[in-house]
Design a protein around this ligand. Structure first.
Ligand SMILES: *[C@@H]1O[C@H](CO)[C@@H](O)[C@H](O)[C@H]1NC(C)=O
Ligand SMILES: *[C@@H]1O[C@H](CO)[C@@H](O)[C@H](O)[C@H]1NC(C)=O
Ligand SMILES: *[C@@H]1O[C@H](CO)[C@@H](O)[C@H](O)[C@H]1NC(C)=O
Ligand SMILES: *[C@@H]1O[C@H](CO)[C@@H](O)[C@H](O)[C@H]1NC(C)=O
Ligand SMILES: *[C@@H]1O[C@H](CO)[C@@H](O)[C@H](O)[C@H]1NC(C)=O
Length: 197
C-alpha cells in the first residue's frame, strides 16, 4: 500500500470523504501501516526492555520403578527392537537443585519422550519445565529436541516459555548423572541457557 502513487492515494482520500467506512479503513491503512487484524505493538509499552540470559542447573529424575513412578510407559510396540524404537513414556518428573531426590524441588518436567531411533537409543523429548520455586512459580519453559541417551552431552532446544520466561529461546545440555540398571531409574543433569525478557 505504501508504494501507491500519489495520484491514486489522493483519490482514496477523496473517496473516503465521500462515502463508506470500508474506504476510510483503506486510507487509514495507508498511513498507519495497519494490515487489518494484526497490529504492531511497541515493545517498551509491554515492559520488554532488555533481553537477559539466565543460566541454571537442575536435576531431572526419571523414576520408572516402584509405586511412585513419575515416568510411565504409555506405548509399547508389540515387537520392540533392541533400541526400543516406538516406545513412548509420559512423564511428570521432579526437577531438583541437587542430584539427590531429597534436595530442593524447584519444579516438574511434564510431557513425554519417545524412542525415535532405530540405530541407537535416541529419544525425542517434548516437555515443559513447570517451575514452582519462588518468583518462578507458575512459569514454564518448553524443551524440544533429540536425546541420544548414551552420548555424554545431549543438546536440546528451548523453544519458548511462559510467565517470567515469555519469549524464551535457548538450549539445554543433558548429562546423565546416574542410571540404575536394575530399576531403570535415571537422574540427568540439565544445564539450561535461556534468553528472555
Ligand atoms: C510413595 O509416596 C508416598 C507419599 O509421598 C510415600 O509415603 C511412600 O513412601 C512412597 N513410596 C515409595 C515406594 O517411595
Ligand atoms: C515379531 O517378531 C517375530 C520374530 O522376529 C516375528 O515372527 C513376528 O511376525 C513379529 N510380529 C509382528 C507383529 O511384526
Ligand atoms: C540423599 O539425601 C538423604 C537425606 O538427606 C540421605 O540420607 C542420602 O544419603 C542422600 N543420598 C545420596 C546418594 O547422597
Ligand atoms: C505456587 O503457586 C501455586 C498457585 O498460585 C500455589 O498454590 C503454591 O503454593 C505455590 N508454590 C510455592 C512453592 O510457592
Ligand atoms: C538401584 O536400585 C536398587 C533398588 O532401589 C538399589 O538397591 C541399588 O542400590 C541401586 N543401584 C545403584 C547403583 O544405585
Amino acid at each position: 500500500m505504501a508504494r501507491i502513487p500519489l495520484l491514486l492515494a489522493s483519490k482514496f482520500i477523496f473517496l473516503s470523504i465521500l462515502s463508506s467506512s470500508g474506504v476510510i479503513r483503506c486510507t487509514r491503512g495507508e498511513n498507519n501501516d495497519d494490515h487489518g487484524f494484526i497490529q504492531s505493538l511497541d515493545r517498551e509499552s509491554m515492559g520488554l526492555k532488555k533481553e537477559k540470559l539466565s543460566h541454571f542447573r537442575i536435576y531431572w529424575h526419571d523414576i520408572v520403578s516402584g509405586r511412585n513412578a513419575t515416568s510411565i510407559r504409555v506405548v509399547r510396540p508389540s515387537n520392540a527392537s533392541v533400541t526400543g524404537f516406538g516406545i513412548i513414556n509420559m512423564i511428570d518428573n521432579p526437577l531438583t537443585l541437587g542430584p539427590n531426590l531429597s534436595s530442593k524441588l524447584v519444579g516438574r518436567a511434564q510431557g513425554f519422550y519417545a524412542l525415535s531411533s532405530q540405530e541407537e537409543v535416541g529419544l525425542l523429548m517434548s516437555m515443559n519445565f513447570a517451575f514452582t520455586e519462588g518468583k518462578y512459580n507458575g512459569s514454564t519453559i518448553t524443551v524440544l529436541g533429540r536425546n541420544p541417551v548414551f552420548n555424554k552431552v545431549r543438546e536440546m532446544r528451548v523453544i519458548g516459555g511462559s510467565g517470567l520466561f515469555r519469549f524464551a529461546r535457548g538450549y539445554v545440555q543433558a548429562r546423565t548423572n546416574t542410571l540404575n540398571l536394575t530399576t531403570g531409574d535415571a537422574i540427568v543433569e540439565y544445564t539450561c541457557y535461556v534468553m528472555h525478557y
